[in-house]
Write a protein that binds this ligand. Structure first.
Ligand SMILES: [Zn+2]
Length: 125
């Protein structure tokens, strides 16, 4: 049993999947969701040295999302200039097949997203 399948077996309805598009290829990956039963650990900013705070900020700024189910580590930057972008709407055909397979019996969850409008069809002569 993989982490993602166990997590979705236990907390399916409490987890909202999120997706990132790798701009150069157009492939959409599924971001590994956090376990809603585990409290994230935060270190109070006052407890950090200046160097630690700077490193923490740079890490946050460079990557706002967890690795994807297929193991890709997306780079979503605060100013949205990174190689990856968070998306909610995408065509099913753009979904990464490895991420899709990783969901196992929960694979249908990867298709619970809005589809883009059929602009491509409208633009063709
Ligand atoms: Zn993937």
């Amino acid at each position: 049993m993989t982490y993602i399948r166990e997590l979705l077996d236990r907390c399916d309805t409490r987890i909202e999947l999120s997706f990132v598009r790798h701009r150069p290829t157009g492939t959409v990956h599924v971001v590994t969701p956090a376990d809603p039963d585990v409290e994230p650990e935060f270190t109070a900013a006052e407890a950090l040295s200046v160097e630690q705070a700077v490193v923490a900020y740079i890490n946050l700024a460079r990557s706002l999302v967890a690795p994807t189910l297929c193991g890709y580590d997306p780079q979503v930057w605060l100013d949205d200039s990174g190689p990856d972008e968070i998306v909610e709407t995408f065509a099913d055909g753009d979904l990464c097949s490895s991420c899709h397979r990783a969901l196992g019996p929960h694979a249908h969850r990867a298709f619970e997203h809005p589809q883009p409008l059929q602009l491509a069809t409208a633009e063709q002569p």
